[in-house]
Design a protein around this ligand. Structure first.
Ligand code: ZN
Length: 132
């Protein structure tokens, strides 16, 4: 029988233990997931609504920094301090790389992410307008 090989996962949890990430708990995975989705959706809207390239770049930069800070915070809560210190330069590098590789077209409808190993993008692939 295949079903017999399933691990009895529930038996491992000690009865009466308080699990912060249990369903209904303060860090319910569903709530965290919804909060993360709202954060991404809100940030995308905030950046997308900018009317000029300079404003879009400013908003994109702000959103990238806030995302990185939130990610660093999640790491800090969940991982040992030494590991977090080792990971922080990586998070910062990702943040700067994301901002450096983002280009916005003159019509401001499109965001283009340049890849470091590809030639630079000069025109928007979607509408042909120059990107900055
Ligand atoms: Zn475009």
């Amino acid at each position: 029988m295949r079903q017999r090989s399933l691990r009895p996962q529930l038996k491992r949890n000690p009865l009466g233990g308080y699990d912060l990430t249990a369903p209904g708990g303060p860090l319910d995975p569903i709530i965290l997931f919804l909060a993360w989705g709202a954060f991404i959706g809100g940030g995308t809207l905030y950046v997308g609504r900018a009317q000029i390239v300079t404003e879009k770049r400013r908003r994109f930069r702000l959103y990238a920094h806030v995302s990185s800070a939130a990610f660093a915070l999640v790491l800090a809560v969940n991982l040992p301090a030494l590991l977090v210190l080792l990971l922080l330069p990586g998070v910062l590098a990702m943040d700067l790389l994301t901002i450096r590789s983002a280009r916005f077209c003159d019509r401001v409808g499109h965001v283009v992410i340049e890849l470091p190993w590809r030639p630079p993008i000069l025109r928007c692939p979607e509408c042909g307008a120059p990107v900055h």
